[in-house]
Design a protein around this ligand. Structure first.
Ligand code: GLN
Length: 307
């Protein structure tokens, strides 16, 4: 891309072209607090070597939700090593929804991958520390280094999910029963709910995308995690990051990406860009409809696909 390319204009035009897609989706309601989001919101941010470009609702804060699975996985890989992680979680995609319980009993007695809820809960149990606070600090500490600012959680989302997350509780207790979860179940769930309620905005997600696109280097040039951990996480993002919509997304957009039910999508274009979208109206698989349409368009123009 030539150095004078007008990224700001591209983002603005793409947003205008795609924002009607918000009408095709619905906000998540199974976590009561998420119902309050405005389904019409839409934003896009692109982190480039020349800095950050953005259009639309990029400074509205929302909870990280499933995108947090990237961070707990990075921490577990760094602190416990890949062998310990893969003893508890597999590396195959699933055609089931992100919170499905069905394969836990019938597959190899471990969650298929760390990007679905069961896998992420198993990964959380591997994060070391003598209290939830200490374990959570590993995640926030890394995120604070990436974003260069203190991390807060959305207390209302956290309590809402803690009170109503019966399915995640069921997954966690089932995992405990089959020897797939280390330590106290409620403590692990507490850690999982906390990571899901971390507050970010779309601009933050683009910065995190750039951190992954540069193999784990901070904006100041410091390596924060090993390149191998980033490689593993980025591979999971390609195969499982958009849940059971990952195959179609790989064809249409072609980059490592991770979505969350509050409406964020984070993408990393290796060596080039961090890209992120926000739009709480979701499709049936739990991915932002406007986000996917924006990323598809940007991928065509900026030639994102790694394939
Ligand atoms: N906190 C959500 C849950 O556990 C995260 C899921 C998601 O973003 N897809 O259900």
């Amino acid at each position: 891309m030539n150095i004078a390319f007008d990224y700001g204009r591209l983002l603005e035009e793409t947003l205008q072209e795609c924002k009607h897609h918000t009408e095709r989706g619905h906000v998540a309601t199974y976590i009561p607090e998420l119902k309050k989001a405005d389904p019409k919101m839409a934003g896009v941010a692109l982190m480039t070597a020349r800095g950050l470009f953005e259009a639309g609702d990029t400074r509205v804060q929302f909870s990280l939700q499933s995108i947090s699975k990237i961070f707990s996985l990075l921490v577990a890989l760094e602190q416990r090593g890949a062998e310990a992680v893969f003893a508890k979680v597999g590396s195959e995609p699933t055609g089931d929804s992100f919170n499905s319980i069905v394969k836990l009993e019938t597959s190899e007695q471990k969650p298929l991958n760390p990007m679905i809820n069961a896998g992420a809960i198993a990964v959380c149990s591997l994060i070391p520390g003598s209290s939830v606070e200490e374990r959570f600090a590993h995640i926030t500490c890394l995120l604070e280094q990436v974003l260069g600012r203190p991390i807060e959680i959305d207390e209302a989302v956290y309590s809402s999910e803690k009170e109503t997350g019966h399915r995640n509780r069921a997954l966690a207790y089932f995992l405990k029963d089959i020897g797939g979860l280390e330590g106290d179940v409620e403590e692990v769930l507490d850690l999982y709910f906390r990571q899901c309620s971390i507050l970010v905005d779309c601009a933050d997600l683009a910065r995190i995308g750039m951190f992954l696109a540069t193999k784990g280097i901070s904006e100041a040039g410091t390596p924060l995690v090993s390149a191998n951990a980033v490689r593993l996480v980025s591979t999971f993002m390609v195969t499982c990051g958009m849940y059971n919509g990952s195959g179609e997304f790989a064809i249409q957009v072609g980059i490592p990406a991770k979505s969350g039910v509050s409406g964020g999508i984070l993408g990393a274009v290796p060596g080039q860009y961090g890209v992120a979208t926000f739009g709480p109206a979701l499709d049936r698989k739990g991915n932002s409809v406007v986000g996917i349409s924006i990323l598809k368009r940007l991928s065509e123009v900026l030639d994102f696909s790694i394939f």
